[in-house]
Design a protein around this ligand. Structure first.
Ligand code: CA
Length: 390
């Protein structure tokens, strides 16, 4: 039985700064004093065990917090789902059980695409997903998931932590009483599975393909018939001809779904998702209720799981790719240069148009593109040239 239902938080503006990395101990102490004062005034609802609803949040070090985390992934889905479970396991272990978070897979408490609203309302204190799922509500969120022909995992993490990205991310979530931390990265994905070869961009005309987000919009403009279906339905749709092609994640997850049994050609690279960031969502008032040491544990656990998930994807993907090619005879193909050039040009047009959605999106687009232009020069002279000579 779950310990408690957390009441919907009052719709008060957050006093927390967008980037906890920048908070000092005195900032945290001052904020807790402010929180305590607010709670004494009866304006807030506490979530800590054993506290009276109108008691100040004086932390003795013996209190415990019991939270719910909803996710956009099926429970234990390799990589994204198993990584989310490891995140809450790490937090429980590092906090000696003081912050105990129960994970709910997609559909167990709420459907996948209701995760953001569930954290926003405080029905669940925490969520795990990917920011581009919320594009209908917040167009700028797409820049915090993955951007076609955008930054790699390492470059994106640099932008988020040392290029102002995380502060912008939290600014667009702040009106929804949600704060975000990067919490995983899949690395470069694969281009996907096709049941016919793609030799020129004209071959995309009329192609029925499952590809979500910005990549889907790019494909649509190049004449493809883009169909959005959840991951769990991809295999059946591809094997029965409902779709002609699909992208999913990469060799590890694609092998698990058996997609090699449903299409002949496996294309690379994943131009549409060159480094997809996963996110940990936290209800702002629940976050405010935590003492500074538990906030630090959550913050560092999210950094840790970002490294952990990316490392596991790299390890499992290279193993699975060998299995697909050598045990299942999968035909690997790189997209032709002409096709990639069309995709790149169209991607730039789509991004530029989205930047006009609202002022936040314009600012985030400018920040993202400025960092990309700058880091591309460094990458070209470091990792890129090194990988060419290795
Ligand atoms: Ca994908």
């Amino acid at each position: 039985m779950h310990p408690r239902q957390t009441k919907k938080p009052a719709a008060t503006a957050s006093a927390a700064a967008p980037d906890e990395q920048r908070l000092t101990a005195s900032d945290n102490s001052r904020r807790r004093l402010l929180q305590n004062a607010a709670m004494l005034g009866g304006a807030a609802i506490l979530t800590a065990c054993g506290q009276q609803a109108d008691a100040p949040a004086v932390h003795t070090g013996k209190q415990s917090w019991h939270w719910k985390m909803v996710t956009t992934w099926p429970r234990d889905l390799p990589g994204v789902g198993s990584g989310a479970q490891r995140l809450v396991d790490h937090i429980r272990e590092m906090s000696n059980g003081r912050l105990d978070i129960k994970l709910y897979g997609s559909g167990e408490l709420v459907p996948a695409f209701e995760v953001f609203d569930t954290v926003s309302s405080g029905t669940a204190e925490m969520g795990h997903g990917a920011a581009y799922y919320w594009k209908g509500k917040i167009p700028a969120s797409q820049f915090f998931g993955s951007v076609p022909f955008g930054m790699t995992a390492g470059e994106t993490t640099s932008w988020l932590y040392y290029g102002g990205g995380l502060a912008l991310w939290n600014r667009i979530y702040q009106p929804h009483h949600v704060r975000a931390f990067p919490a995983g990265n899949t690395g470069v994905q694969m281009g996907g599975w096709y049941n016919r070869p793609i030799n020129t961009a004209a071959d995309l005309h009329g192609l029925k393909i499952r590809i979500p987000g910005l990549g889907g919009e790019v494909m649509r403009r190049l004449g493809a018939n883009v169909i959005n279906i959840p991951g769990s339905e991809i295999f059946t749709a591809l094997s029965t001809g409902v779709i002609d092609a699909t992208e999913w994640i990469g060799p590890w997850n694609d092998l698990t779904f058996g997609l090699h049994q449903a299409a002949d050609y496996y294309y690379y690279p994943g131009w549409q998702e060159p480094g997809s960031t996963l996110e940990c969502l936290i209800n702002q008032q629940a976050w405010n209720s935590l003492p500074a040491d538990l906030q630090a544990i959550v913050r560092i656990a999210c950094q840790s799981i970002t490294l952990d998930i990316h490392a596991e994807y790299t390890s499992r993907n290279q193993q699975a790719l060998q299995t697909l090619v050598h045990e299942h005879g999968v035909q690997l193909r790189q997209f032709p240069d002409q096709v990639l050039a069309e995709l790149r040009t169209t991607s730039a047009q789509v991004l530029e148009e989205i930047s006009h959605s609202d002022a936040d999106t314009a600012e985030i687009y400018a920040s993202y593109m400025q960092f990309l232009r700058s880091v591309r020069d460094w990458t070209a002279k470091s990792e890129q040239v090194y990988l060419q000579i290795r």
